[in-house]
Write a protein that binds this ligand. Structure first.
Ligand code: M6P
Ligand code: ZN
Length: 192
């Protein structure tokens, strides 16, 4: 039996920084250039404006093993690409029957979910929203506001991240800016 010493960490509720934490993960537009529906606009931004920082993840320094509960914060910076809100890559869990829980800490955002058998779901999120990701649902979050959108996440240590399925197929829905709010539209490229 490997008994870990209990510990605590602090989440800064204004900027999402966890201390102590493992090294920060930075996701820039170049890491997800084909994930935005308007790929031409993504390429234009990369060429003319540079490699935008889309989001950052502060992960707890914990083993990715069965029995542990992993956690992190994610900070998605505000902005759009061809009208599509800045978002995470999104993933299924490698072990599909593992769930996850999110809690909004600051800003305004959304959680887009889908299953492999074609169900889709969208939940808006603000500070204090607890959104549950049941087993089998792929999940992606987006910033639908004008300030950083910050949320906390916790999930089973052996869940794993499957990015490949989303990289290949995308999400069936897009979350787009329409006047001053978010609308969920069909992804014309989904399954194409
Ligand atoms: C949430 C959790 C993390 C995930 C992060 C960024 O905080 O689901 O596991 O890493 O969002 O999302 P992604 O890994 O899809 O880029
Ligand atoms: Zn997850």
């Amino acid at each position: 039996m490997n008994v870990m010493t209990p510990f605590q960490a602090t989440v800064n509720l204004q900027n999402g920084v966890i201390q102590p934490a493992a090294p920060i993960i930075e996701r820039r537009l170049s890491h997800m250039r084909r994930m935005y529906a308007n790929t031409a606009e993504a390429e234009r931004i990369l060429t003319e404006e540079g490699d935008r920082l889309i989001y950052e993840v502060y992960p707890a320094d914990l083993p990715e093993e069965e029995g542990h509960v992993l956690y992190c914060t994610t900070i998605i910076h505000p902005g759009t690409i061809g009208g599509e809100f800045h978002m995470t890559k999104g993933h299924y869990h490698s072990k599909r029957d593992r769930g996850e829980v999110y809690m909004g800490l600051a800003g305004t955002g959304g959680l887009l979910l889908q299953t492999e058998d074609g169900q889709t779901h969208y939940e808006p999120m603000v500070a204090g929203t607890v959104a549950y990701v049941p087993p089998y649902w792929a999940h992606r979050t987006m910033n639908t506001g004008t300030e950083p959108f910050i949320f906390f996440a916790a999930w089973p240590g052996d869940a794993g991240h499957d990015y490949g399925t989303i990289e290949e197929l995308g999400f069936a829905k897009l979350v787009m800016q329409h006047e001053n709010h978010a609308i969920v539209t069909d992804n014309p490229k989904y399954g194409a």
